[in-house]
Design a binder for this molecule. Structure first.
Ligand code: BG6
Ligand code: MG
Length: 210
């Protein structure tokens, strides 16, 4: 029986996945590294520095450690600038009513995100007080597909992994959930991931399985 739902943030609750992509594309262009939106799914769920590694590999463009750090900082500066225009209107479809219904049913709710910008984003979209727990990229050392962030979210809720369902748009997130002993529901691009336990066309379909 599901007692808690752990939501990924970017691409599940809010449309910031597109802003991550825009900031990577712009920064890569400035650095002369080939990177296009079609490569963006590779970066879903993975940390900022691991994203740099993937971009260098895919673009066949090696950087020194010091350059990687500067590249990541530039991308984040641009991303944080883009976040300034974020409002509650950027919350993804069916999120508010689904969260509301889960709350009424007494289901515990957490965020489990690799992003170090999680608190800023939750504040801008007006969801800072919605969740019982928030585990984010600033609280972990290993990002998805490692289960650390979801294990932390479950423990903050006081629940076992087997009692929680994770909702993800990233293949790395589905793998992280499964590695941690969670059930995993896929939305968006994660629906291509064979390890997902359930594939949701719309977020409100969650209410049929919880
Ligand atoms: C995840 C995104 O939620 O957070 C990734 O899917 C991103 O694309 C990661 O790289 C880290 O985000 P941030 O905000 O700490 O750079
Ligand atoms: Mg995501």
């Amino acid at each position: 029986m599901v007692k808690g739902v752990i939501f990924d943030l970017d691409g599940v609750l809010v449309s910031t996945d597109a802003l991550h992509c825009q900031a990577w594309v712009e920064t890569s262009r400035r650095w002369g590294i080939p990177f296009t939106p079609k490569d963006n799914d590779l970066l879903r769920g993975v940390s900022r520095m691991e994203s740099v590694e993937i971009i260098c590999r895919v673009g066949n463009h090696p950087l020194s450690d010091e350059e990687k750090v500067r590249f990541a900082e530039e991308k984040n500066r641009r991303y944080v600038e883009l976040l300034e225009s974020l409002t509650p209107a950027d919350i993804l479809p069916e999120v508010p009513e689904t969260l509301e219904e889960l709350r009424l049913r007494g289901i515990a709710m957490a965020v489990g995100s690799s992003s170090r910008n999680t608190q800023n984003i939750l504040r801008r979209i007006g969801l800072s007080d919605t969740f019982d727990a928030v585990a984010d990229g600033s609280m972990i050392v290993r990002s998805k597909p490692d289960p650390e962030v979801f294990l932390l979210a479950a423990s903050l809720l006081g629940l076992e992994p087997a009692e929680c369902l994770v909702v993800e748009d990233a293949q790395s997130g589905i793998l992280a959930a499964k590695a941690g002993g969670f059930a995993a529901a896929a939305v968006g691009p994660a629906r291509d991931c064979p390890q997902a336990d359930v594939k949701l066309c719309r977020l409100s379909e969650l209410l049929r399985i919880v």
